[in-house]
Ligand binder design. Sequence first.
Ligand SMILES: *Cc1c(COP(=O)(O)O)cnc(C)c1O
Length: 378
Amino acid sequence: MAKDTPLKPWRLDTLVVSSGRPDRVPGGPINTPIELSSIFHHGGEIAYARDSNATQESLEDILGDLEGGTARVFSSGMGAISAVIDSLAQNSKIVVPRDSYSGTRHLLTELASQGRIRWVGVDITDQENVLENCKDGDLLWIESPTNPLLNIANIAELCSIAHKLGAMAVVDNTFATPLVQRPLSLGADLVVHSATKYISGHSDVLGGAVITRDQEWVRKVTTRRSVGGAVLGAFEAFLLTRGIRTLALRIEKSQSNALLLARRLEGHDKVTRVRYPGLVSHPGHELAKAQMTGFGSIVSFELCGGESDAARDGAERLCSAVKLCTDATSLGGVETLLERRKRWDYEDFTPQGLIRVSLGIENIEDIWTDIESGLDQI
Ligand SMILES: *Cc1c(COP(=O)(O)O)cnc(C)c1O
C-alpha cells in the first residue's frame, strides 16, 4: 500500500500481519504472550515494567516497521503527545493547526498558562501563514487530514519550511494511519498516534505511540515514559497488537465506505458542504492523491442553516435519529460513529451544523439508509 519501500522486504499490508512475532522456535507461541509481571529477576535488561515489557515491545516492532522508525508506545494518544511536548525546552514555541485535535490544544493551553511553553494556531493549508509563525518557532505540529475540517497540509513542504527555520516537525498521523500516509518518509522528525483509534480498531482500549528515526528523541520519549508513568499495560498492548493485524482490511473497507457516503451526501438537498479529501470538489484532493495512498475513513458534512440555531438543532436531531450508526465521539473502530463536533470545547473553528462521521466496516447501503432516514427527520 505504501509508495516507498519499507525497511523490511514485505509490503505494509503484509507487515501488519508478520511484524512483532516471537522467534520461530519449535513449540513456541506465534503470538507474544501477555507478560503480566511488574518486576523481573535482577541482572537482565529490564528490572521493572515502567521501563518496558515484552508485550509492548512487540507492538513497538510493528509500529516501527510500518512508519519506518523506532516506536515507543504509551497509555494513550495524549500520553504520547505529552511525552513529546514535555521533552521540549522551557518557553519553546509550538506552531499548531488551529483546527487540530482539541485535546492537543487543550494541553498546550494548560502548559502555556503555566508559562511552560508558547503556542500559536495557524491555517495549516496556508504555507505563508505557517512560515511567518515558524520564524521564531521550535516545533511545527502537523495534522493532515485535520480534525474535523479534513484540511490537507503539504507535509513534505511544511517539514522543509520548518527545518530551514530551525524548527522540528511532528505529524499526528492518527487519521491517516501508516498504511495511508508515512510522514517520516515525507521529512517529519516525529510521528505520533492515538492508537485508540484505527490501530485498535475495536473501540475497546486506549493507547498511543511516538515513532522517530532520531535516536536522541527515542531516548527522550522513553525517559518521559519511565518518569512520567504513561506506560501501556501488557493487556492493552496485546489488544492493540491483535487489532492492528486486521488494519489493512479494515482501512480498505472503511475508506471505500467513506468515498461512497461522501458522494451520496454531496447529492443530498439538506447538505450544503461535504468535506472528504477523496472528492474532486475538495480543495486538497490533488495534494491528498500525491501524499497519501487513500483518502482516509472520516467524512465531515454541514447541514443547511450556516451558523444558525436551526443548523445546530438539525445536526443534533440527526445524531439522535440514527439507529445503526452510533452517536458517540472518537473514530477508527469497526462501527460507524457520528457526532456534532461543535458540542465539544476547543472547537472554535467548527461550523454549528458540522457532523463528523467515522466510517466503520458495515455494509454501506445500511449506513446510507440510516443516515438518509435521519436527514429526513430534520
Ligand atoms: C483521539 C486523538 C488523540 C488523543 O488520543 P487518546 O488516545 O484519546 O489520548 C490525538 N490526536 C488525534 C488526531 C486524535 O484523534
